[in-house]
Design a protein around this ligand. Structure first.
Ligand code: NDP
Ligand code: GDR
Length: 354
């Protein structure tokens, strides 16, 4: 294990799974800014490959572990003795979950149970560091659990109707988190987060696919962009705002679950129009609808009612839809231009950087 070198040894200790993902890096930056000592769980034999993690490596520690492997999680918790555990690790790409439903259930669903068990048994047993009742746990739940919803907007009381193996796995993770809170008195919370995006979003997700596509078309590398359902509607916010909500939830003395979103909904078509316009392009000349990208079961529309989070946590989204899309287009225009000019280290443009 690397040590988390920076920070007062008496400061709070946080362990983040999914550190190499979009939210992991923003959350690590946020917690470091709050004076935490931060460790990230990394799997496999490689050091983190995501470019945005590299600048963080001097400020955070890394521990080996995999949500598929109980022993590695127990060891990680034992080594770090965290005050707070943030479970962001998951197979998070919805279409992949139809192709690999079993591994999705294992990582995204049962992985939550394994981590909770690691916390409960290690900290309960050793008596070193925080007791398991004092440790705090954050589970990355998802608006995808609402799925084929009839009520709009969705809040903490809205029922679930998951529409993909991913959403079913997340629903299991949500309920097992609630169950460990109720069964063992653990300080566990789930954030039911609606879609949140950023220049660090994986290029397979629709917003980043669009902004990267716009940049590549603008700079002459592509002519067309293939998309699926343009009519799906989502409540899209900025990831940097949402990691603040995770931390506020965990710090709140009464553990409970919160819905986090902007309260505004837009279609994929709106993202397309806004992104192409931001680069001075007419989307109609470049976008093709590809039937192969239509999902077996779609989530048609989502919109968050975050009244509870606003009232009890004082949380509110700061970045609006147009600003978010513009931010992503501008970032991709810069990074595609750099890549074109031969710079080797560009965020997620041509797959993983090795
Ligand atoms: P990403 O897909 O960007 O990151 C997923 C992370 O999970 C990566 O760090 C990946 O590591 C890690 N991971 C995958 N498999 C395993 C495994 N077997 N063991 C340990 N870690 C693993 O996701 P986001 O950052 O966008 O999202 C963070 C979390 O929030 C996810 O759980 C997601 O489902 C959930 N969520 C996201 C929302 C969003 O809009 N972004 C909305 C609601 C919920 P590696 O680099 O090694 O593959
Ligand atoms: P989502 O995000 O499934 O909501 O899950 P994604 O960006 O993949 O899809 C959003 C909507 O866009 C439509 N769509 C396309 N999607 C992709 N990926 N690619 C396309 O070409 C395309 N064309 C249209 C989709 O059909 C869908 O309706 C994200 C993930 O981060 C989850 O992990 C998280 O839990 C939820 O957000 C909240």
């Amino acid at each position: 294990m690397h040590d988390a070198f920076k920070g007062d040894p008496l400061s709070k200790r946080a362990l983040i799974t999914g550190i190499t993902g979009q939210d992991g890096s923003y959350l690590a930056e946020h917690l470091l800014g709050e004076g935490y000592r931060v460790w990230g769980l990394v799997r496999g034999q490689d050091s983190p490959r995501k470019p945005w993690i590299r600048p963080l490596l001097k400020d955070i520690g890394l521990v080996q572990g995999d949500l598929l492997d109980q022993k590695s999680l127990t060891t990680a918790i034992d080594q770090v003795q965290p005050d707070e555990v943030y479970n962001l690790g998951a197979i998070s790409y919805v279409p992949l979950s139809w192709k690999q439903p079993q591994i999705t259930a294992e990582v995204t669903g049962l992985g939550v149970l394994r981590l909770l068990e690691a916390m409960r048994t290690v900290l309960g047993a050793t008596g070193n560091g925080p007791r398991h009742q004092d440790m705090r746990f954050y589970q990355a739940s998802s608006s995808e659990m609402f799925g084929k919803v009839r009520e709009e907007p969705q809040n903490e009381l809205t029922g679930f109707h998951p529409r993909s193996p991913y959403a079913v796995a997340k629903t299991y993770g949500h309920y097992i988190t609630q169950n460990y809170r109720e069964s063992f008195g653990m300080h566990c919370v789930s954030g039911i987060l609606f879609n949140h995006e950023s220049p660090r979003r994986g290029p397979e997700f629709v917003t980043r696919k669009i902004t990267l596509g716009v940049a590549r078309i603008k700079l002459g590398l592509d002519d067309h962009l293939r998309l699926g359902n343009l009519e799906a509607r989502r409540d899209w916010g900025f990831a940097g705002d949402y990691v603040r909500a995770m931390h506020l939830m965990v710090r709140s003395d009464t553990p409970k679950d919160y819905v986090i979103g902007t309260g505004r909904t837009h279609s994929v078509r709106d993202v397309v129009e806004t992104a192409f316009a931001a680069a001075g392009l007419d989307w109609r000349a470049h976008v093709l609808v590809d039937q192969d990208l239509i999902r077996p079961a779609e989530v048609d529309t989502l919109r968050a009612d975050s009244t509870l989070a606003r009232r009890e946590l004082g949380w509110q989204a700061r970045v609006g839809f147009e600003e978010l899309v513009r931010m992503m287009v501008e970032s991709d225009l810069r990074s595609v231009a750099q890549a074109k000019s031969g710079s080797p280290d560009v965020e997620g443009l041509f797959g993983a950087v090795s």
